[in-house]
Design a binder for this molecule. Structure first.
Ligand code: ADP
Ligand code: ZN
Ligand code: ZN
Length: 724
């Protein structure tokens, strides 16, 4: 008797056994349609076995094994298995989550549905929508959606059940055409510039290690030409007949990179894989990578799992970026899995950043990774960074006099300015704006978080809590307030101060429509915009040659935050933001408004000395017993009432202690943002100096927790958590 053990997308950490007498080892990795309860489900065959604990009368057969389509290869399955074990997430959910949606459904997509996309013709694009009759609602929805880009069959059906009929009609009217997929427009090839000595050296290190596992940290200041090193490394890998995987934080915002890759390798089939694709595109691109047809894959987080039979290198750009860590559901780090995959496949991994994650930097200086440095900008100078001391200044709408004057001067010269508003660090920390006192925890080196609801300060690290002080314990000032307030009106205020200039706000919402960001970028490049106001989204690698001044507001709230990683993130964020200034011919200026101008972080930033900053931070972390010197995991729980979530975690902590583990178990605490979507969230930290010991404990703990049939709270384990 042969049994196939199938991974199904269900939230339990088991495989499901089915009897398949003609099963062969080649079936492992193939998809199978199976009866599941009263339903039919699709899963991936993870193992073949010769025995099962299912009684014979209840053992069922797969309805179909999809042998005509290629399955996942052993190394791909191996990666998902590692991820499932390491992140304590069911294998079925992990494996199925890596497949394009259409391969997850029991009914196979028809060829046409999978490939063709509907797009507007020129007549369709020029059509005045207001001229359509009012009752043509579905037609208008389709047309409007297609204005944002081609639409696949499934997406059209989702907009209207009438879509097939309407699309036929629109095509007959000459407004819509069927767009053939993925024969990208020919691009002019662009020659590569000669490399600088530093670039040469970094490239030589990578090339020397091709064909074997090795992790390189490419530590290069903004504008130092890291991308050029990636491109040359990719060229070397392609020449060796292998495929290259390039991971980036947010591809929807970096079409520049894709254009660059295409122009450098016009003959090389390149595909993108990111969340902005529709189902059909995603499937086509994924299959191209899996078949080996696509030689370069450019993708975000999830693309780390893309099957690539001839994988030769993995590159992770902006490796410190928090978007590589999934923060919901299957909480994996694509950066860390890239390293695991590199090791499994015996290929090099290149991690690039101006401000690497401290974990990465630590690995590099301790010799586990190879370090290459690019210390100079190519053809431009690094910007001047200075602090604007806002103590004692009454800020108008959050803007200091000095920053306003500087913006005015740049406007007069026809140069652009960027006002960057930090919105991170939401967990409010109490501060005295008179003397600079900050509510710190006396039990550990974290900051206490202000919980207004019950007027208490809590440490999210160790669980210590105290009532709100009535006045500053240091100077007696009764007006204590959370750090970082009052930046809501900045955009309107700037428009008032500079009526001649166009002020453009760029945040996650304003760039959401499909072409909005491209259009904005173009009008910035054409200098139709004088002042940019933006949040985190603007920090990422954009190149605006006329942007010479960057003002930073509300950075202090990350300087003293409940999260011990806040300073690291702030340094990365400000380096990136500063990197936007002076990419053209003029030197850029960066002005940071702060109440703590003497803080070592700002001092290091002024000198753009990541290594000095990182060494300091490492010393602090070592002393405080924080990562990278310890390994952590959080048990996160949420429930309609906070008491329920905390109660569940209390039980989980007792359970953990009964396992008598060689790990430290802290007390449950409310999450930094306790309330979300009507549910209260809390967490419990466990940590150990040994990763294997922590893993061993987590496995035992997870098994016990998962064995409880019902739980009063929804819970999940977050391994190597980034957000507290
Ligand atoms: P980073 O990714 O390190 O911030 P980029 O790769 O964006 O830096 O490079 C910054 C700029 O320098 C880009 O405009 C790039 O085209 C240019 N550049 C990079 N390397 C060279 C080189 N060797 N010669 C000339 N220009 C270069
Ligand atoms: Zn004070
Ligand atoms: Zn504490």
């Amino acid at each position: 008797m042969k049994i196939v053990r199938v991974a199904l997308d269900v939230p339990v950490p088991t495989l499901f056994d089915y009897r398949l007498d003609d099963a062969s080892p080649a079936d492992v990795g193939r998809r199978a349609v199976v009866p599941f309860g009263k339903k039919i489900a699709l899963g991936v065959i993870a193992e073949i076995a010769h025995a099962t604990r299912i009684p014979p009368q209840r053992l069922r057969h797969p309805l179909r094994v999809l042998r005509e389509a290629p399955g996942l290869e052993a190394p791909d399955l191996q990666l998902t298995r590692f991820a499932s074990d390491y992140y304590q997430h069911p294998l079925g959910a992990v494996v199925m989550g890596t497949l394009p949606a259409q391969l997850r459904r029991p009914d196979p997509p028809s060829r046409k549905q999978a490939r063709g996309r509907f797009a507007l013709t020129e007549t369709g694009s020029a059509l005045d929508m207001t001229a359509l009759p009012a009752r043509a609602r579905a037609r208008r929805r389709l047309l409007e959606r297609m204005r944002e880009g081609p639409l696949d069959y499934a997406a059209a059906r989702a907009l209207s059940s009438q879509a097939p009929r309407l699309l036929r009609k629109l095509m007959a009217d000459g407004l819509v055409k069927l767009d053939p997929p993925a024969s990208p427009a020919p691009v002019a090839s662009a020659p590569a510039p000669p490399l600088t000595t530093e670039q040469e050296r970094a490239l030589a290190a990578v090339r020397a290690g091709l064909g074997q596992f090795e992790v390189h940290l490419l530590l290069g200041v903004t504008g130092s030409g890291k991308t050029e090193v990636y491109l040359h490394a990719i060229a070397a890998v392609l020449a060796a007949g292998r495929q290259a995987l390039l991971l980036v934080p947010e591809i929807a915002l970096t079409p520049q990179l894709e254009a660059l890759v295409r122009s450098r390798f016009p003959e090389v089939p390149t595909v993108r894989l990111h969340s902005g694709l529709n189902e059909g595109e995603r499937l086509t691109h994924w299959l191209a990578a899996q078949s080996g047809r696509a030689r370069i894959v450019l993708g975000t987080r999830l693309a780390v799992f893309t099957p690539m039979p001839e994988l030769g290198i993995i590159l992770v750009d902006e490796e410190h970026d928090s978007s590589f860590k999934q923060s919901e559901g299957f909480r994996y780090s694509a950066r860390d899995l890239a390293v695991v995959r590199g090791r499994q496949r015996g290929v090099p991994v290149v991690l690039g950043s101006a401000t690497p994650a401290l974990e990465t930097y630590f690995n590099a200086v301790s010799g586990r990774y190879r370090l290459s440095t690019l210390s100079q900008r190519v053809g431009a100078e690094l910007p001047l960074i200075d602090c604007v001391d806002t103590r004692g200044e009454r800020l108008e709408d959050g803007l200091s006099r000095r920053l306003l004057d500087a913006i005015g001067e740049h406007q007069a010269r026809g140069e652009q300015s960027l006002v960057f508003i930090n919105r991170r660090g939401y967990a409010p920390v109490l501060a005295c704006h008179g003397c600079g006192w900050i509510s710190g925890c006396h039990r550990c080196s974290a900051q206490l978080v202000l919980h207004l609801k019950d007027r208490r300060l809590r440490c999210h690290h160790c669980g210590h809590q105290s009532p709100l002080p009535a006045a500053c314990p240091q100077c007696g000032n009764p007006q204590l307030a959370p750090l970082g307030q009052g930046t809501q009106r900045v955009e309107a205020a700037l428009a008032q101060y500079f009526p001649q200039s166009r002020v453009l706000r760029i945040d996650r919402d304003s760039v959401r429509p499909r072409h909005a960001w491209r259009d904005m970028r173009q009008s910035i490049q054409r200098r139709e915009v004088g002042i940019l106001v933006g949040t985190q989204i603007l920090a990422k690698g954009h190149d605006f040659p006329h942007l010479n001044l960057v003002g930073v507001l509300n950075a202090d709230s990350l300087l003293y935050s409940a999260d011990f990683r806040a300073a690291e993130r702030l340094f990365a964020l400000l380096s990136q933001v500063a990197g936007r200034a002076g990419r053209g011919t003029a030197q850029g200026t960066v002005l940071i408004q702060t109440e703590f101008p003497g803080h070592p972080l700002y001092q290091a930033l002024k000198h753009q000395d990541y290594r000095a900053f990182a060494e300091n931070l490492l010393a602090e972390r070592r002393q405080a017993g924080f990562p990278p010197y310890v390994y952590q995991a959080l048990l996160r729980a949420e429930a309609p009432r906070l008491a329920t979530a905390l109660g569940f975690l209390g039980d989980a902590a007792r359970l953990a202690r009964r396992l008598a583990p060689p790990v430290t178990i802290y007390d449950p605490v409310p999450a930094a943002m306790p309330r979300r979507a009507g549910r209260e969230r809390a967490q419990l930290l466990v940590q150990s100096e040994s990763r294997p010991r922590l893993q061993q404990f987590l496995r035992a703990w997870y098994e016990k927790l998962a064995a409880a049939r019902s739980s009063p709270a929804r819970w999940a384990i977050d391994v190597d958590p980034l957000e507290f």
